[in-house]
Ligand binder design. Structure first.
Ligand code: SF4
Length: 233
């Protein structure tokens, strides 16, 4: 599996915010969001090809009970199936880990997972033709995969995290939730786009109020507040 980094930090987003966790960040993505905050796993993927045993051994260096399999898009890699299985079973240390998978929800794998954290990419994520016309077309073709979303919702404990860049994007979120009435709104979070704490604080003013009005959950990006946009956090 191609891996950009493995590190221990604190989960900064979603229901498990504040949880001490080991992060395994797969490198490679089938999308190209213009705002991607890990371009070293998408626009310019970097990393090392690691075996499952090498990944397990690095995870075992820390005793955090939670492991977050993230990316990039970790569901691109079939090795995720044995990796999650073995982490969950505690193959090396005997201590089973809680597994969160962070995915854009365009690919399905029958993988062991305790929390499927789905961040669907809306129209506001598409890169401009000036930046990359080929990826713009591919991104638009790929970003919405309704059958995958329905399978993930039916089979896993889940949370949704929508990235919202401006007030205009909220209509798209509501349309999305109308398309999938099976999504529990108390698990649908709206997260401001931004990699700067001051910008996020500005967005919070209107986005938190919107969530309150519509029975949705406002999701701060605490890791940006705590650490800034820094690799390994
Ligand atoms: S889906 Fe995630 S990793 Fe892929 S380009 Fe978009 S933000 Fe980056």
């Amino acid at each position: 599996m191609f891996v950009a980094e493995i590190y221990r930090s604190v989960q900064g987003e979603g229901f498990l915010t504040g949880t001490d966790s080991v992060f395994v960040r797969a490198s490679g993505c089938n999308l190209r969001c213009w705002f991607c905050d890990t371009p070293y796993t998408s626009w310019n993927p970097e990393g090392q090809d690691l075996t499952i045993d090498e990944i397990l051994a690095q995870c075992e260096e820390w005793d955090a009970r939670h492991v977050v399999l993230t990316g990039g898009e970790p569901m691109l890699f079939a090795e995720l199936i044995p990796l999650a299985e073995q982490l969950s079973a505690g193959r090396l240390s005997g201590a089973g880990r809680h597994i969160t998978i962070e995915t854009a929800g365009t690919l399905y794998l029958p993988v062991r997972c305790d929390l499927m954290s789905i961040s669907p990419k809306l129209a506001n994520s598409t890169p401009s033709a000036e930046r990359d016309a080929r990826w713009r077309r591919r991104h638009e073709r790929t970003r919405h995969a309704p059958d995958v979303i329905r399978s993930l919702v039916a089979e896993y404990a889940y949370q949704f995290k929508f990235v919202v860049d401006s007030p205009e994007d909220t209509a798209d979120v509501l349309r999305y939730l109308d398309e999938f009435p099976e999504i529990d709104r108390s698990r649908a979070m709206l997260m401001p786009q931004g990699t700067d704490a001051a910008v996020l604080a500005q967005h919070e003013l209107w986005l938190a109020a919107f969530c309150e009005t519509h029975g949705l959950v406002y999701c701060p990006r605490r890791h940006i507040e705590w650490f800034g946009l820094v690799r390994g956090t």
